[in-house]
Design a protein. Sequence first.
Length: 209
Amino acid sequence: MGKFQVIDHPLIQHKLTIIRDKDCGTKVFREVVGEIANLMAYEVSRDMPLEDIEIETPMTKSIQKTLTGKKVAIIPILRAGIGMVDGILELIPAAKVGHIGLFRDEETLEPHEYFIKLPEDIDNRQLFIVDPMLATGGSAVMAIDSLKKRGASNMKFVCLVAAPEGVKTLQDAHPDVDIYTAALDERLNEDGYIVPGLGDAGDRLFGTK
């Protein structure tokens, strides 16, 4: 079973409270989502591999650590996932970005894929799949299905808020994928929204209804 981690750093909890508030406007919501993603990326990238390299300090030659060059790609699930990309890129600016577009059937709550555009070498990359919400888990499972079909194997799913139901669905479908969230909330309501949650992240990011 992959790792499941709640990254509950005090700064992250504080910023999450800001965006949970229904009176938080689009501008602040967008900025703070990026800030939380940036803080989470620090922990999500903790096990990136290192190698030794020889450098010369002002004092002497020295063997020090550098990233091995294991390439990273950030894959936002459209459209709300876009809100997390820039925050991670600030920490890992060389990462490539792919996109997966899914929409949810309002009747069945089942996700459908409508767009996918990925870096060519995703089979050689560490992928961070990002979406603010892990609710039913349907979109995350389908996104990872699509990526595995195209050769991806090294994946982490990163979200801001997760429901227990979504975590279980994703773990059952893809036990090899690590899950990182800033908060594990209580439950889903009958409409498939996370409670207490933060509403519809896409609408709140982009000012749509």
